[in-house]
Every structure is written in structure tokens, then in C-alpha cells.
Design a protein around this ligand. Structure first.
Ligand code: GTQ
Length: 370
């Protein structure tokens, strides 16, 4: 093999028997020659191992439900079917440094409390009666509600419905934590947390948008949102309102960020989340940026073109956009809106000064598809 590149300043050393022997001697000392890997470890632009992937909810749902009979929640710890990117089986990532899975809880089931270094979020796909206790606070969540479990907060989940399972999507930064060798995990000493009396207390305290607690409940110094639940019944009307007043983004349609009401920033230091609406017939233009995104189709159907590949999606489907991949979205319906929930690692990209963004300028902003 030759390591060559025509461009001045890039590694372009051929391989001779002398060099080969030299590399072997270096390897014998846990060392190596930079020029044999330079072009690979310092690429011109991002070269994600993750590939654009679409997971059909219609295909996965029966498999997820099957696990209810196959494993007890208590034995599994969490009963989750994880979604694994074909290019990132090595680290159980769905895309980039993001993990995602579909968690199922049977009627009346509850799971014990634990906490970990990874931050988590939930987007409820189906079923009434889901609850989670996060740092002693009980949250009830229904379909299309979004909730967070910041890192190192105690959490336990359950389903208090008496007839139907709950399926929600988990999103965590597990691969990111592991890439930094920073993982910790603890089981709650009493298995269950003491709970505050008031359900959804963070929502009652901090959930009124621009109306914030004044002179009480202050002193919040934690690096994540004091608001733990973001109900669909508030988020969807907010999208509809914004759609009346603005054209939105050329790349994302009308898009809102779930934010920390005290800072206006992302909900957690490592994970951000959005809700976006593609109006009837809307097709966005393509752009690309650093950072990875996992989408859940909250409402409607349509398609996305990601790195030149078309993926058709409908409610409950999940798909991902790897870092620096061109992507654009289109609503299939001329009469109904389509809504995408998504979460991302943008806060990491921004805080490390890795953020870059670019518009696709050719062909009226649309990629050719193959
Ligand atoms: O609910 O705590 O999908 O710890 C993966 C790891 C869910 C959770 C997952 C977890 C959890």
C-alpha cells in the first residue's frame, strides 16, 4: 500500500522494504510514523463512520412488543430495543456519539432507580400512563411529550395504565461519555426514590415560557434545564403560532428548540432537542453542519434526502443524519402538516468550537438523489 496524495503538505510517502521494517521496529516500541495515518486522522472534512439510516416503526413495533414476554423489566434493567447504526456497531451508537432505543413498559410495570453519567431524554411514541421520577420529581408523560433525565440524576420509570403498553424513545449520549472514558453508574440504595407530592412540579414552576419564578425557586445553578417535561400540548400550538407569523428556516421549516427557560440555551450540556413543522407541501433546501441528529416523526409523513439518498418516513419512524451530511426534508401531504421531533449533540459541537454549517447552493438547494 502507498500513502500518497498529490497535494503539497499532505502525507505522500511510498512504502519501501526499509520503511516497512522501520514501521515494524517503531510498533515494537508502541510507536508509529504519523505520515502513515496523517490523511486519515486529519481528514479534509468530516468522515463519519455512521451512515444515514431509517428505522421503520411499523417494522420495529412488533419486535419491541415481543420483548414484553421475553424479558422481565427487572431482569433487563431497562427493556429497550436499541437502534444501531450499521457503521457504529462497535459502540452501540445510532449516529455519531448518540445512542437511541425504543423502551417498552407493560401495564402496571415499574423499574427501579439508577443514575449514570450519560444524559438521557425521552420522546413518548405511544401509550397513556407513562411516568418517570427524575431527582425525586414525578413526571407524567403522554404521547409526543418530551422529557429529560440530566446526567447523574436519579431516575426510575413506569407505566400506570392498566391495559396498554407504553413505548417511548430514549436518547442518550452514552457513546460520547464512553469516548471520554467518563462513565459512572449507580443503583439507588433504596431502589425507589422518595417523591415530592406534586406531580410535574417543574412544569408548574418553570413551564410558563417567559413568566418565570420571581423571588422564589431561584438559585438554580445546575447546568441543565430546571424544566424536566415539555408537553406536546404546549409545543405543538407553539409551532402552529410560529408558522402563522414566520416563514421559518429554509432548511428546517418552522423549528423551535426545547430550551432551558432560565438561560435560553439547550436543555442539557450535551444534548439539544428540536420540534419542527413542515407545512403542507413544504420541501426545505439542503444544508449540512457538524453534529449528528436523530429524528422521530411525531406527525404526518414525508421524506428526507440525506447524503443523496431518499428516505420515506411516516409517524413513529426514526432516522438519523450523520455529521456533515447534506440533508433536506419534505412533507408528502398537500393538506396536513408534518412534525419532526429531533435531538442532537449541537451543544457539544458549539461548546468545543466544532460547529460549522453550510448551505447547498447548486440546483436550487436540492441534492440529486441516486
Ligand atoms: O432509562 O435509564 O435506553 O440507562 C439506555 C440506558 C435507557 C434509562 C436506555 C439507560 C436507560
Amino acid at each position: 500500500m502507498t500513502y500518497s496524495d498529490d497535494v503539497l503538505g499532505r502525507a505522500r510517502v511510498g512504502e519501501t522494504p526499509e520503511l516497512k521494517a522501520y514501521y515494524e521496529r517503531l510498533a515494537g516500541h508502541e510507536a508509529g510514523a504519523l505520515w502513515t495515518v496523517a490523511n486519515e486522522i486529519e481528514p479534509w472534512y468530516p468522515q463519519p463512520k455512521s451512515v444515514p439510516t431509517h428505522w421503520s416503526y411499523a417494522d420495529l413495533r412488533p419486535l419491541v412488543l415481543e420483548s414484553l414476554d421475553l424479558v422481565k423489566a427487572d431482569d433487563a434493567g431497562r427493556r429497550v430495543v436499541m437502534l444501531v447504526n450499521p457503521g457504529r456497531k462497535d459502540i452501540s451508537a445510532a449516529v455519531g456519539m448518540l445512542y437511541t432505543g425504543l423502551q417498552v413498559m407493560g401495564p402496571g410495570e415499574s423499574m427501579t432507580a439508577h443514575r449514570h453519567q450519560a444524559a438521557a431524554l425521552r420522546f413518548v411514541v405511544e401509550g397513556q400512563g407513562a411516568w418517570t421520577v427524575v431527582d425525586g420529581q414525578k413526571l407524567k408523560v403522554g404521547p409526543r411529550d418530551f422529557a429529560i433525565t440530566p446526567n447523574w440524576t436519579w431516575h426510575e420509570h413506569g407505566n400506570e395504565s392498566d391495559d396498554a403498553p407504553v413505548i417511548w424513545q430514549d436518547g442518550l449520549d452514552i457513546p460520547l461519555v464512553n469516548a471520554h472514558d467518563a462513565g459512572f453508574y449507580e443503583v439507588h440504595p433504596n431502589h425507589y426514590q422518595e417523591r415530592g407530592q406534586v406531580v410535574n412540579s417543574s412544569l408548574l414552576t418553570y413551564g410558563a415560557g417567559e413568566l418565570r419564578p420571581y423571588g422564589f425557586a431561584d438559585g438554580w445553578t445546575k447546568p441543565y434545564s430546571p424544566l424536566f417535561a415539555y408537553p406536546w400540548e404546549q409545543a405543538y400550538p407553539a409551532l402552529l403560532n410560529a408558522a402563522r407569523a414566520t416563514d421559518g428556516s429554509p432548511y428546517d421549516g418552522v423549528i423551535l428548540e426545547y430550551s432551558n427557560p432560565l438561560t435560553g440555551g439547550s436543555v442539557m450540556p450535551t444534548l439539544g432537542a428540536h420540534l419542527q413543522m413542515l407545512r403542507p407541501g413544504e420541501a426545505t433546501q439542503a444544508h449540512r453542519h457538524t453534529g449528528s441528529v436523530i429524528y422521530n416523526v411525531a406527525k404526518g409523513s414525508g421524506h428526507s434526502v440525506i447524503a443523496g439518498r431518499r428516505f420515506d418516513w411516516t409517524e413513529g419512524d426514526i432516522f438519523c443524519v450523520p455529521s456533515w451530511a447534506w440533508h433536506e426534508h419534505a412533507n408528502a401531504s398537500a393538506g396536513d402538516d408534518a412534525v419532526l421531533f429531533s435531538f442532537n449533540d449541537f451543544p457539544v459541537m458549539r461548546s468545543l468550537a466544532f460547529w460549522r454549517e453550510e448551505a447547498y447552493l447548486d440546483n436550487d438547494g436540492h441534492q440529486p438523489t441516486n
